[in-house]
Design a protein around this ligand. Sequence first.
Ligand SMILES: [Zn+2]
Length: 273
Amino acid sequence: MEEGMMMTTQQIGNVDSLHVKCYAGDMYLNYFLYFVDGMLVDTGPKSCANEIRPFLETKKINTVALTHFHEDHTGNARWLQDQMNPGIYIHPMAMEICARDGQYPEYRHEFWGSREGFEAKPIRTSVQSDNMEWEAIHTPGHSRDHLVFFHVKTGMLFSGDLFVTPKPKISMWQESIPTVMDSIRTVLTYDIGEMFCAHAGYVADGRKMLEKKLEYLVRTHEEIQHLYQKGLSLEEIDAQLYPESSPLTYISKKEWDSKHFVRSMVMDEPSLR
Ligand SMILES: [Zn+2]
């Protein structure tokens, strides 16, 4: 099976976008790259480098802003560093992990390829593209280092993996869903307009979709808490609410599972910030 053979470019205002489909076997995952005002937001996965590099080669990339360290977002950072040497920025807590080659389960190597180590500089409160300043809002939950980039004047939001889908039913075991909920609440205190999601693509009304996801998570959190207080075990709640398991649960050898989603909803407290 050839990998990542589908790609589409799109211009949305001053944002250039590239959509790639990254295959492992018959299954694929979507990824969207964004370039705005001399700044690349995340670098896309290494597995789709053949589609991504020609897109990057046509751009004058001065800055790379990374939303978080995951390999689908950082897979081409090393190549960019070697070829163009832009300033590459990430949350300070992820600098060390980025300096080393990525360590993660085999199925993620198949979908996303192998992320090589690279040097990143710390993002404090904002990141600067050629002519625009982007607020870096700490939005943990999906990963501890997660940032979104927000432009106050236009309401544009690069949301990394904060959104992805309005109704998640599975999660990675490392994720904290109550913390994701708090992060969405934080972002909703800003005047959000257009949203650029790494896996769902362009979302014209970012605020509406983030509100929709938060409402769903609040409702689901109440439902799960209610069943737990009635005396059901985590296993019983999972079996009742999510009787069918997702193909990703199988493929990921349970790194992604509705069981993690249920456990996180019962056990996790939002992170202290
Ligand atoms: Zn991620």
